[in-house]
Design a binder for this molecule. Structure first.
Ligand code: NAD
Ligand code: UDP
Length: 324
């Protein structure tokens, strides 16, 4: 039987955070969800609110907070380009000050802490697929830098707390993850395409659609998180968690059209600055150390996601920022 732990999930009301909370609550842990609801809403965790082992705190991770916990999953950060670019200074503060606050808490409580890092630390990669040893190609002064460099600085802080204070850390580099409960207005490609397809709007491809991404279904990602958090202290990461199945954005649009049966047309819009050309995780380390492999192919995961989008009332969601 798993020992019951007190677990803090920052960004716990978001797309990935809410699923993580659900899984941890289901395992019987005492879960604290901390969120400022910048890109999410309470509805994502409303079904957990009455449970005795779930607690919700509205709080901004850039501000200190005093809690007693055994594990921390640090997910608080806007993740979609339109939202992290809305207030780039705040995004950087969220990554850096947020990490410092959570690392300080972990040090005081001797808690294990996991950072939700990102494939964006590789920038627009010259190495393909990307192994964890690749140091990346990030434009430090571009419009994506607030997120990419913020996440890179957070990784640095995690490693330095580990080296200086022997803090028990884990770093996971997440590659594009999708699934039910994505915010319909978060501006990311999967949610945009499905929302547009279901409402019969044009499907907006940025650039010529030949850029690639590798899409991981959220259940696979959450399984990777849990294995990494509870795995051996000999393997702290960074570890890539993502599905190596690589698709062009045009292929994703065509699959969305096929699975929704929409009559929406493809339209082409300018490619945003510094948009990575190719992205695919090398998951050798995750397989070796965590015995982790993604199990849900894009076609299956996309169908489940479309089904969820069909069931929601779009009027229940407000766009977090005008930038989507
Ligand atoms: P999301 O936007 O749904 O979740 C982020 C959550 O953090 C939201 O609930 C938001 O309100 C909260 N938040 C933002 N700033 C905060 C602050 N200052 N204080 C407290 N809460 C704050 O996005 P997601 O896809 O669930 O991403 C979760 C984490 O995973 C993020 O750290 C993101 O960078 C990382 N990640 C996600 C992906 C992906 O494809 N989904 C890829 C790489 C990394
Ligand atoms: N994209 C697109 N149309 C959209 C939204 C995104 O063509 O409506 C493209 C975007 O330019 C990028 C890819 O899809 O090349 C993935 O974008 P997303 O914002 O989902 O994630 P990220 O770029 O951070 O991987």
């Amino acid at each position: 039987m798993t020992a019951i732990k007190r677990i803090l999930v920052t960004g716990g009301a978001g797309f990935l955070g809410s699923h993580l909370c659900e899984r941890l609550v289901g395992e019987g842990h005492d879960v604290i969800c901390l969120d400022n609801f910048f890109t999410s809403q309470k509805a994502n965790v409303a079904h957990l609110l009455d449970l005795p082992n779930f607690e919700l705190i509205r709080h901004d991770v850039t501000m200190p907070i005093w809690l007693e916990v055994d594990q921390i999953y640090n997910l608080a950060c806007p993740a979609a380009p339109g939202h992290y670019q809305f207030n780039p200074i705040k995004t950087m503060k969220t990554s850096v000050s947020g990490a410092i606050n959570m690392l300080g808490m972990a040090r005081r409580c001797r808690a294990r802490i996991l950072q939700a890092s990102t494939s964006e630390v590789y920038g627009d990669p010259e190495v393909h697929p990307q192994p964890e040893s690749y140091r990346g190609s990030v434009n430090p002064i571009g419009t994506r830098a607030c997120y990419d460099e913020g996440k890179r600085a957070a990784e640095t802080l995690f490693m330095d707390y580990h080296r200086m204070n022997k803090l028990d850390i884990r770093i996971v580099r997440i590659f594009n993850t999708y699934g039910p409960r994505m915010h319909p207005f978060d501006g990311r490609v999967v949610s945009n395409f499905i929302r547009q397809a279901l409402s019969g709007e044009d499907i907006t491809i940025y650039g010529d659609g030949t850029q690639t991404r590798s899409f991981c279904y959220r259940d696979d990602l959450i399984e990777g998180f849990i294995r990494m958090m509870n795995g051996s202290s000999d393997f702290i990461g960074p570890v890539n968690i993502g599905n190596p199945g690589e698709f062009t954005i045009r292929e994703l649009a065509e699959l969305t059209i096929e699975l929704t049966g929409t009559s929406s047309k493809l339209i082409y819009e300018p490619l945003p600055a510094d948009d990575p050309t190719r992205r695919q995780p090398d998951i050798t380390l995750a397989k070796k150390h965590l015995d982790w492999n993604p199990t849900i192919p894009l076609r299956e995961g996309l169908a489940k996601t479309i089904e969820w989008f069909r069931g929601i009332d779009i009027d229940d969601y407000r766009p977090p920022t005008p930038n989507f």
